[in-house]
Design a binder for this molecule. Structure first.
Ligand code: FAD
Ligand code: NAD
Length: 474
């Protein structure tokens, strides 16, 4: 019997895989999309890590906890007093689950509307672009003219710390605590540690983060990491730099953590422990031995700049390959691959992928930092502007942080932007657009920004590159 054939078979239905499938279907290709994730009720849960146990649920909890925190700590400054505010953690989690479920359903409808054959099962790449599909009903092998691998990532674990999903958890567990842990320990002061630490701190947990590195948030500009460290300290997050957890044991519903602080061995006890020490490509059981697809020594699928693997017609995108592990990076790669398959000139700007950490203050950046420019020997000029000098920031009562822009000293081309402060996640988009259009700080400085808005801080930072900011001494 001949195999069922598709123009494109996509393995993995996260933001990378589903965006690739939808774009390929828009381009009139016959598409099969395979995703193995099921919701608690056994129904398909497309959307990957991002929708189910990542971006979306974490932002839902960040928003809920922020509302509560504002009632408790911010409203009184506006003359608003609220008596007897309380938080129903169960209801908050239920709301978050509802948001996820709604979006799962939305995706299934989109697959139908685009005539994508969606399979809730596992895919494994065989030789010659054939894919073995395993579902609850059995196995089938299908033939792809093209196969897109989009299996995403899974959390790293550390020896001596076993995730039990109850007391010792990864991101999945930390998004579903049924009550606020009195004491929460977090291994890793990275993006997940800071976001989830913020959620539970705002709801009343005592939060301690163990971070192996001696420097805090070393991926961002030092000005930003200093401002962030200060803000988080003021919020009561206890960030222990240069500490390494050796072991965690659960005993009588408590987690005892043994860690090294320098060369001193110490102990601490928590109600819950979150392990957030990074993620690795989910390449296990994805490729048959004779598939021919090469992996890197880090277990990522090896790809070129166009997401082509070592086998012609097999592509790989998102967390499974090199580059930042971000949902929008995965989606844009997926779209670019679908367009390349259709013979279009696809564009994907790996150098202008924006990053956002959704803490309070938010932290966002794109392009180069001062460290990288110095390392690369690039001459640059920088300009920064504090939100405390913006009318809007002060009017909102949210004026912590600043915008910093870096421009090439000779050409003035914008090379990087770092923002810490209110709505940094939205403000960074203007900097990304400027960089994608090869714009300069002068371009940003000449563009009219509405008053009073937070975007005026971006405008003023652009003026400051040339020493001519209006609302601060240059
Ligand atoms: P995934 O989203 O991981 O999707 C892959 C899917 O494929 C999964 O459903 C998996 O079960 C399935 N799969 C794997 N193997 C197979 C197989 N063999 N057969 C069938 N299906 C398979 N990024 C942001 O940009 N913004 C954020 O705010 C953000 N917040 C995050 C918060 C948390 C707590 C976490 C953990 C991550 C967050 N991320 C965020 C990162 C983001 O989730 C990932 O970068 C993104 O999901 C990667 O997309 P992907 O399509 O490559 O893979
Ligand atoms: P991360 O790489 O951001 O942070 C991990 C931290 O753990 C690092 O600071 C690292 O030095 C530290 N660490 C590593 N091993 C350690 C150990 N043994 N003991 C103590 N500290 C240790 O990783 P993450 O927070 O797990 O998040 C994974 C990825 O998910 C992120 O890199 C990001 O790509 C994605 N994500 C993105 C967002 C967002 O875009 N807002 C949110 C959450 C997650």
């Amino acid at each position: 019997m001949s195999l069922r054939a598709f123009d494109v078979v996509v393995i993995g239905g996260g933001p990378g895989g589903y965006a690739a499938a939808i774009r390929a279907a828009q381009l009139k290709m016959k598409v099969m999309l395979i995703d193995d994730r099921k919701a608690e009720d056994g129904k398909p849960a497309p959307g990957g890590t991002c929708l189910n146990v990542g971006c979306v649920p974490s932002k839902a909890l960040l928003d809920s906890s922020k509302h509560y925190h504002h009632i408790e700590h911010e409203f009184s400054a506006h003359g608003i007093s609220v008596k007897g505010a309380s938080i129903d953690v169960g209801k908050m989690i239920e709301r978050k689950n509802g948001v996820v479920k709604q979006l799962n359903g939305g995706l299934l409808q989109l697959f139908k509307a685009n005539k994508i054959e969606f399979i809730n099962g596992r895919g494994r790449l065989l030789a010659d672009r054939q894919v073995e599909v395993s579902t609850d009903d059995g196995k089938e092998t299908v033939q792809g003219k093209h196969v897109i691998l989009a299996a995403g990532s899974v959390p790293f674990t550390i020896p001596g710390v076993d995730i039990d999903g109850d007391h010792i958890v990864d991101n999945v567990g930390a998004l579903s605590f049924t009550q606020t842990p009195k004491k929460l320990g977090i291994i890793g002061a990275g993006v997940i540690g800071l976001e989830m630490g913020s959620v539970w701190k705002r709801l009343g947990s005592e939060v301690t983060l163990f971070e192996a590195m001696d420097t805090f948030l070393s991926v961002v500009d030092p000005d930003v990491s200093r401002a962030a460290a200060k803000a988080f300290k003021n919020q009561g997050l206890d960030i222990q730099l240069g500490t390494k957890v050796k072991q965690a044991k659960v005993n009588r519903s408590k987690v005892k953590v043994t860690y090294l602080d320098g060369d001193k061995e110490k102990e601490a006890t928590f109600d819950k422990l979150l392990v957030a020490v990074g993620r690795r490509a989910a390449s296990d059981n994805l490729l048959a031995e004779d598939s021919g697809v090469k992996l890197t020594d880090r277990g990522q699928v090896e790809v070129n700049a166009h997401c082509q693997t070592s086998i012609s017609g097999v592509w790989a995108i998102g967390d499974l390959v090199r580059g930042p592990m971000l949902a929008h990076k995965a989606s844009e790669e997926g779209i670019a691959v679908a367009e390349a398959i259709a013979g279009q000139a696809a564009h994907f700007g790996l150098d202008t992928v924006p990053w956002v950490i959704y803490t309070d203050p938010e932290i966002a950046w794109v392009g180069k930092t001062e460290q990288t420019l110095k390392q690369e020997g690039v001459e640059y000029r920088s300009g920064s502007f504090p939100f405390a000098a913006t009318g809007r920031g002060l009017a909102m009562g949210d004026a912590v942080g600043h915008v910093k822009l870096l421009a090439d000293a000779e050409t003035d081309r914008l090379l990087g932007a770092q923002i810490i402060g209110p709505h940094a996640s939205e403000l960074i988009a203007e900097c990304v657009v400027t960089m994608e259009f090869a714009g300069s700080s002068e371009d940003l400085a000449r563009i009219i920004h509405a008053h009073p808005t937070l975007s005026e801080a971006v405008h003023e930072a652009a003026l400051a590159v040339d020493g001519r900011a209006i609302h601060k001494a240059n």
